[in-house]
Write a protein that binds this ligand. Structure first.
Ligand code: TYD
Length: 146
């Protein structure tokens, strides 16, 4: 994978996150958005999951990943993704199913301000592995400095 141009995962910053416009086919009966491995996104998808039935005011996330790349899509409704590289924070507002936020590993994220009925879909580069998570912010800061 050459997404980070050889940059070490440990040194990713919030500026390595980008919004990707996904292909969209639209006609009077609605729209289709297509995501293909290595075409629309720069990694191979091993897992898809989605968050829904999110109670008003809930915050999710609150962790970082060591190796996982993700594309986060507002499949329905809207929410904010707050990214933190240990030095800088950057907030993305997602509200369009034809855009995805590419999040490389090594970044702390919080998912906030979900609209009612929203669906947050994640395309992920790896299967679920709890060992890939950093769940304590102090551990994350230590990881970034190591
Ligand atoms: P977590 O990733 O912490 O959720 P969020 O960041 O959205 O708050 O996952 C919540 C729980 O779901 C946790 O116990 C692990 C489990 N889980 C899986 O079993 N498989 C998965 O693919 C994911 C994403 C989570």
């Amino acid at each position: 994978m050459n997404i980070l141009d050889g940059k070490k995962i440990i040194s990713t910053t919030v500026y390595d996150c980008t919004l990707i416009e996904l292909p969209k086919v639209h006609n009077r009966a609605g729209s289709i958005t297509i995501v293909e491995n290595l075409t629309a996104i720069p990694f191979e998808v091993q897992r898809v999951y989605y968050l829904y039935d999110i109670p008003n005011g809930s915050t999710r996330g609150g962790h970082a990943h060591i190796d996982l790349f993700q594309l986060i899509v507002a499949a329905s409704g809207s929410f904010e993704v707050v990214l933190d590289d240990g030095k800088l924070k950057r907030t993305f507002f997602l509200n369009r199913p034809d855009y995805g936020l590419l999040v490389p590993p090594g970044l702390w994220r919080e998912l906030v301000n979900f609209s009612s009925g929203s669906i947050l879909m994640v395309l992920a580069s790896l299967k679920y592995d709890e060992k890939d998570y950093i769940r304590l912010y102090d551990d994350f800061l230590e990881f970034k400095q190591s």
